[in-house]
Design a protein around this ligand. Structure first.
Ligand SMILES: Nc1nc2c(c(=O)[nH]1)N[C@H]1C(S)=C(S)[C@@H](COP(=O)(O)O)O[C@H]1N2
Ligand SMILES: [Mo]
Length: 529
């Protein structure tokens, strides 16, 4: 007969799940604390997230950027948090029901974490230590908490639910539920402290941000041509022609921003070259630097999207670096690799022609911000970032497209990526309500290395009419435009299209970002009141 005080069967299960969550918190926080003394990329959360990103199929990357924009990393962390929570609950219940299975589960997860850590680029075998220590600590805590639950089966309320275990001696004092909650609470609080402490410690140990602050950039040997007056669109509300660093879009696969000491930085130029070259940061500071306004664009940018920016870059021309290395006949590509294993394939000829392709150290008069590639990144006018703009670059291999594939090319994207001509409507915004009368339409257009010579606007199915082009700084920067519209009440569609410097009209053929960039004319719906 069951006792009248019998608790619902779900109660011990819920407590076991809670034990699992506490154990997972211990795994992660212990690894975080110890990880402060190792590479930032070696902590379980960062390593798992990065591994996940590397295995993300192109459509999912596209979906993530389309849905979350530059918050895609925050979305990933939330997704990971939920997954870890669910797995931890399952592990707790499994361990409570059958301890040996629980151990196997924890060890399996530990193995997955360690594998994802040691396979990260730029990570050394000792970097597995934080994850190993975390796993062991988590196992110990899980054992302590689950044992308390077993002992609770001697507590009459739960007697019928706990599996009978010969290993648990009846003479042991029965544990109470309060015991369990106290132990779990202490575990969770200690985990929070350890994780927070780990964060503070890594921040204190990293002096890269400080070194960047105190870095003084040299003056360029060749200054950027003066920006003509009137580059800004006349339409109020259009994005600034020059993008401030803090507003510059950020796209990369790096979950934790690599921290490189400029004095440790070295670039190796090798492969199909007569002379292997090694450059230090001091070599760059001493070189004849150029300064140039260049607009960057991301291949994942949808039609009308904001994954583009325009900055003044300071750097050493890559063609000068290649002159020292002297590429051999047959080479047609330079594979640039970052410290964290991202790579981009850039046609060799593009890096040798007259355009301002550079190893950049400055962005809008400052050292590169950490998240934009400090201390050195590539900037190549005319190509999407995924095949040219390697941040935290440490290696240039002169090679052939036939022999090597870059990071995104291995994942279904194109091996080359010239930027497609694009006109973007920025004001009025999509679905805006505007008063009837004179409405200023405006936006930005780009076709880097070809330039923009015309932007046309169409209202509903009316004629295509030329917009007013703002001044052009160069063919490698974007160009703004404006258009005065006499708006009549009702719903209206505004379309825009650009013509590049070769006279070619932007294609109206709709294409997704995969594999080599979105195309099509943007259409914006507005309501005139
Ligand atoms: N190391 C590294 N460099 C990288 C990437 C990356 O994932 N890792 N992404 C590239 C892509 S896809 C783009 S669009 C540009 C974006 O540069 P930004 O973040 O400075 O705007 O960086 C490029 N360089
Ligand atoms: Mo990109």
């Amino acid at each position: 007969m069951k006792q009248p005080t019998q608790q619902p069967a779900s109660r011990p299960t819920a407590l076991a799940a809670l034990a699992g969550v506490a154990a997972a918190a211990v795994v992660l926080s212990v690894a975080e604390l110890i990880g402060a003394f190792f590479t930032a990329r070696a902590t379980p959360v960062i390593a798992l997230g990065s591994t996940f990103i590397d295995f993300t199929p192109p459509w999912m990357k596209d979906f993530a950027i389309a849905t979350f924009g530059t918050n895609d990393k925050a979305a990933l962390f939330v997704g990971m948090g939920v997954t870890i929570l669910v797995l931890a609950c399952v592990l707790g219940v499994v361990a409570y029901r059958k301890w040996s299975l629980g151990v196997a589960g924890v060890l399996l997860m530990g193995a997955v974490i360690v594998a994802s850590v040691v396979t990260r680029a730029g990570v050394k075998p000792p970097d597995a230590i934080p994850s190993l220590a975390g796993t062991v600590a988590g196992l110990v805590v899980l054992r302590l908490l689950v044992r308390r639950l077993w002992r609770m089966r001697q507590w009459p309320e739960m007697a019928a639910d706990a599996p009978s275990r010969d290993s648990e001696r009846p003479e042991r004092p029965a544990a109470s539920r309060r015991d369990f909650f106290t132990a779990t609470g202490i575990t969770l609080a200690a985990s929070a402290l350890a994780a927070g402490g780990g964060r503070l410690l890594s921040a204190a140990r990293s002096n890269v941000a400080q070194a960047r602050e105190s870095l003084r950039l040299p003056a360029p040997a060749t200054a950027a041509p003066a920006v003509p007056a009137g580059v800004q669109s006349k339409a109020p509300g259009v994005t600034p022609w020059l993008t401030p660093n803090k507003d510059f879009y950020r796209i990369d696969t790096a979950l934790s921003v690599p921290e490189i000491n400029a004095r440790d930085w070295e670039l190796r130029v090798h492969g199909l070259v007569e002379q292997e070259v090694r450059l230090t940061f001091q070599d760059l500071l001493d070189a004849k630097l150029i300064e140039s306004h260049v607009s960057l664009t991301c291949v994942s940018n949808p039609v009308g999207g904001y994954l583009a920016g325009n900055a003044k870059w300071l750097g050493m021309p890559i063609r000068e670096v290649l002159k020292m290395a002297r590429p051999k006949d047959g080479a047609d590509m330079v594979l640039s690799t970052s410290i964290d294993g991202f790579s981009a394939s850039t046609p060799l000829e593009v890096l040798q022609d007259g355009r301002d392709a550079m190893l950049a150290i400055g962005m809008n008069g400052e050292p590169l911000p950490l998240e934009h590639g400090y201390p050195v990144r590539m900037v190549v006018p005319g190509l999407y970032g995924f095949v040219s703009a390697t941040k935290w670059v440490v290696d240039l291999e002169v090679t052939r497209f036939a022999d090597n594939k870059a990071y995104w090319t291995q994942r279904g994207w194109s091996e080359r990526g010239p930027i497609k001509t694009m006109a973007r409507v920025e004001v009025p915004r999509s679905f805006a309500r505007v008063p009837a009368g004179r409405v200023a339409i405006g936006g930005t257009a780009w076709a880097q290395t070809r330039g923009i010579t015309k932007v046309e606007v169409q209202i509903d199915n009316g004629p295509w009419t030329e917009a007013v082009l703002s001044a052009e700084a160069s063919v490698i920067t974007w160009r703004q435009w404006s258009f005065d519209w006499d708006a009549t009440p009702g719903p209206h569609y505004i379309k825009a299209r650009a013509t590049d410097g070769t006279g070619e009209l932007q294609t109206d053929k709709r294409a997704d970002p995969v594999p080599d960039g979105a195309s099509g004319w943007q259409s914006v719906m507005v309501t005139v009141e």
